[in-house]
Design a binder for this molecule. Structure first.
Ligand SMILES: [Mg+2]
Length: 123
């Protein structure tokens, strides 16, 4: 059964790019442009991993992460940040984020990190 990855980013272009790459890897991919949608998908689908943008209008990445923890979600989380967001990254790591990628990131490195954290493809 394919592992599930949720992409949370307010930028359409980034969601589309990541979705294309992750579908090629064989993942089941979900996407959300904002916090409330992301939390709803987490409730319904329990994704194995979440790629979480830090800067999102309304509920930002940290707030989403905080809500995920409150819900007891067990999804692994990789943050996507902008340059210079060290304090925010630190806070995200304290809430259990496994890694962070600074935009603009190398899509191949991100792909490899997702695969490594999900131990995918299997075998
Ligand atoms: Mg953003």
């Amino acid at each position: 059964m394919a592992k599930k990855v949720l992409i949370v980013d307010d930028q359409f272009g980034i969601r589309v790019l990541l979705q294309e790459v992750l579908l090629q890897e064989g993942y089941q991919v979900f996407q959300a442009a904002n916090g409330p949608t992301a939390l709803e998908i987490v409730k319904q689908e329990s994704p194995d991993l979440i790629l979480l943008d830090m800067k999102i209008p309304g509920m930002d990445g940290l707030e989403i992460l905080r809500n995920l923890r409150k819900m007891g979600a067990e999804s692994k989380v990789i943050m996507m940040t902008a340059y210079g967001e060290l304090d925010l990254i630190q806070e995200a790591m304290e809430m259990g984020a496994l890694a962070h990628f600074t935009k603009p990131f190398d899509i191949d490195e991100l792909r490899q990190a997702v695969n490594a954290h999900l131990m995918w493809p299997e075998g």
